[in-house]
Design a protein around this ligand. Structure first.
Ligand code: GTQ
Length: 344
């Protein structure tokens, strides 16, 4: 490939004139913005141990009261982006949120899309546009763009969940903002009860009126059952994986990020092809070995890791007799919309 002229090759007086007019020559920067064959990625393979994080999160509970935090969260920041950027990848933000018994995280709504993956503790709820969602280990609760949400805790022990947001993307596009609200009135009804399996959707007054977000809470007990049923139904199937979808459309549950649950059979090794989106892994049950190109991580229960896009990934269940279960998030819906989605 031809080497291009450098900035230093230009006379200083000319460079000053360009700067004066807010102009920049492309050629010294061309290879940086259009690198050959594969994008440059700041996202580096990163692992966050829950065992290491947990005492620090509980300490935040002692150091910072809710009134001073609003959301008491330790952000899982990818050092490749710089910790201060609070990004796991180009489009994904990860935070571990702590709510203590009796505490309340006040109602607000914002442009970024969020989901909660419950990690530990019983008794917390998230109320989303009036729907009060219980939170049990492994449950996925959606708080899509624009919907009111607040968190409460009526249990006895600390509750922790993983927040996954498209905040870096929404912030980058200069569209990120929040509105504070009043405590919500709880309304009757739970999406996950109306949209039971069996391939039927509610049809009020003989007329389907699809909601944008028909299911807010995806209970882990049901998702786990689906994975076990899929695995036993198709013993030859390699990737025992399900996607969290909107049952009205069959499309991904949210606009920009995709969410999945994966089961690894005992001792199974699964190779994922290099694909354009970055991926987040969170171990719900069991223990896995995650190999991202040359980097190897051991994922214990409740550990989280992030892999850049365009990278081959291998994941292994360490157990010889029990399945491993993982939650995954990625940037596939965004990449598909942008027309840049690739699997190599
Ligand atoms: O729970 O609403 O981790 O607004 C970051 C921003 C959680 C939340 C985060 C948020 C929330």
């Amino acid at each position: 490939m031809q080497s291009l002229g450098r900035l230093e090759d230009l006379p200083q007086a000319y460079r000053d004139q360009l700067t004066e007019q807010n102009l920049v020559p492309l050629w010294p920067n061309l290879r940086a913005v259009l690198p050959p064959k594969i994008p440059s990625r700041k996202t580096t393979p990163t692992h966050w141990s829950y065992q290491a994080m947990r005492p620090l999160l509980l300490r935040a509970g002692e150091l910072t009261p809710m009134e001073k935090a609003e959301r008491r969260v330790l952000v899982l920041a990818n050092p490749g982006h710089g910790l201060e950027k609070m990004q796991a990848s180009a489009a994904m933000y990860l935070g571990m949120q702590l709510l203590l018994p009796g505490e309340w995280a006040p109602s607000h709504r914002h442009t970024p899309n969020a989901v909660r993956m419950v990690v530990e503790g019983e008794g917390a709820t998230t109320t989303v546009n009036g729907e009060k969602c219980p939170m049990h280990r492994g449950d996925l609760v959606l708080t899509p763009t624009g919907l009111w949400h607040e968190h409460g805790h009526e249990g006895k022990d600390p509750v922790v969940w993983l927040d996954v947001l498209d905040l870096p993307l929404i912030y980058y596009t200069e569209t990120s903002y929040a509105i504070e609200g009043e405590r919500q009135n709880v309304l009757p009804g739970h999406g996950e009860r109306a949209y039971v399996s069996g391939g039927v959707v509610p049809t009020p007054a003989f007329n389907r009126q699809p909601k944008a977000y028909p299911i807010i809470r995806y209970p882990w007990s049901e998702v786990r059952q689906s994975l076990l049923a899929l695995a036993s139904d198709q013993p030859q199937l390699e990737a025992v994986q399900v996607t969290y979808v909107n049952p009205e459309t069959g499309q991904d549950v949210q606009n920009n990020l995709g969410f999945y649950a994966l089961m690894l059979r005992p001792r199974q090794t699964l190779k994922l092809p290099p694909r354009s989106p970055a991926i987040v892994f969170h171990q719900i049950e069991g223990q896995s070995e995650l190999i991202i190109e040359q980097t190897q991580f051991l994922l214990n229960e409740a550990d989280t890791a992030c892999a850049p896009g365009y990278t081959p990934i291998t994941i292994k269940n360490r157990s010889a007799d029990t399945p491993a279960f993982l939650f995954m998030a990625d940037e596939s819906p965004l990449h598909r919309k942008l027309g840049v989605y690739e699997a190599r």
